[in-house]
Design a protein around this ligand. Structure first.
Ligand SMILES: [Zn+2]
Length: 113
């Protein structure tokens, strides 16, 4: 449910971008959404279709790039995706620590026509 306000923001930013560029419509919005960002791409898409109605963003395609979370090994510095039931570094076996990778949430780019 909390995707609603963030989707409104995305549409606000994209619409302003379209107006600034004197575009007739926003065609594609590229979003980067980490799997641990707390936001779900499908929900954003659903709200997007509703909220964008009547704006420059109506009919635009949402291109959502999903980012899998990675752990960082404190011993050897390897970045890796954790396996189910394990935090162990694939190189040295030390338990990895959480990183910011997978928590991303931002607009990468906006395409207008
Ligand atoms: Zn390691």
């Amino acid at each position: 449910m909390h995707e609603y306000p963030v989707t409104e923001q995305i549409i606000g930013i994209a619409t302003k971008h379209g107006l600034d560029a004197r575009a007739s419509e926003v065609s594609v919005i590229h979003l980067v959404v980490g799997e641990q960002s707390g936001y779900i791409g499908e929900s954003i898409q659903m709200y997007f279709d509703i909220i964008s109605e009547g704006t420059l963003c109506e009919g635009a395609r949402l291109d959502i790039k999903s980012v899998r979370p990675k752990l960082s090994c404190p011993s050897c510095g390897t970045l890796f995706e954790r396996k189910p039931m394990s935090f162990a570094c694939p190189k040295c076996g030390t338990d990895g620590a959480p990183t910011e990778i997978g928590k991303e949430f931002y607009i990468e780019s906006i395409e207008v026509i």
